[in-house]
Design a protein. Structure first.
Length: 252
């Protein structure tokens, strides 16, 4: 799926682009089944893959109804061929190449799981806070809903055009419950937030400087998604001592 000139212009203007029904339902069902098998312990975690438990469960603030209720995310999918198939999905790869060029590889990969009955918020932030590679316009995130992402279940919110503000300062929010590695920025007007509700298969592409986050899951079900950050083969690190980690994978 090569993006049109209009879509690329919209991405450049807003810092994000929503692609409805990009990923087929059969693939989503396979990814979801595989995720559940890892979380339930039916399969051993391969390579660098890890499960992150929700902070409220770790601190004993809530008693999870099941293993699934205590999981925040599964990350480093590169060593599992079934989950990593998402990163190689032809429709997605074509869209990504339209944005950053033909030579691409993965930087990060996650299945995000937002359970009900936990805080689960992700503060407004920019993903470039976590990356050393540059140029930033050669990095792009893909975030696909596996289950419906609604206001009630804690869908993503974005601040359109915020990618043009450069890298903002980030700190640790003064929250009672904050999952590990979650930083936030306060240098934005939260009234400019746009909530992106998505159905399974809908995919959001966004710039690493786009300010985004998500709220609590106030529904009775889960909000689950699969996501990959891609970088162009043209990217380099300004720091000589920085190297890509062993779980990165070249796609093309």
């Amino acid at each position: 799926m090569h993006l049109t000139r209009q879509q690329l212009e919209q991405y450049a203007e807003d810092g994000y682009l929503l692609l409805p029904r990009l990923i087929d339902q059969t693939s989503l069902a396979i990814y979801d089944e595989r995720f559940l098998a890892f979380v339930d312990g039916q399969l051993d975690l391969p390579g660098h893959m890890k499960v992150m438990r929700d902070v409220m469960v770790v601190k004993g603030a809530v008693e999870p109804e099941s293993k699934l209720h205590g999981v925040n995310k599964l990350f480093c999918l590169e060593d599992d061929p079934i989950l990593f198939d998402y990163a190689k999905h032809p429709q997605l790869v074509s869209a990504i190449q339209s944005v950053i060029g033909p030579s691409i590889y993965t930087l990060t990969s996650n299945v995000f799981n937002k359970p009900p009955q936990v805080d689960g918020r992700h503060p407004l932030h920019q993903d470039l806070r976590y990356f050393k590679l540059r140029p930033e316009n050669k990095i792009v995130a893909a975030w696909t809903a596996i289950l419906p992402a609604t206001r009630a279940s804690g869908c993503l919110c974005v601040i359109p055009g915020s990618h043009r503000k450069g890298l903002l300062s980030h700190n640790t929010p003064d929250w009672e419950f904050l999952n590990s590695g979650f930083f936030g920025t306060s240098e934005v007007d939260i009234d400019q937030r746009q909530h992106i509700e998505m159905q399974p298969g809908d995919t959001l592409l966004f710039h690493p400087l786009l300010v985004h986050g998500s709220g609590r899951n106030k529904s009775t079900g889960f909000r689950r998604s699969i996501s990959v950050h891609y970088a162009s083969g043209d990217c380099e690190s300004p720091r000589a001592d920085w190297k890509t980690t062993g779980h990165t994978r070249h796609i093309s």
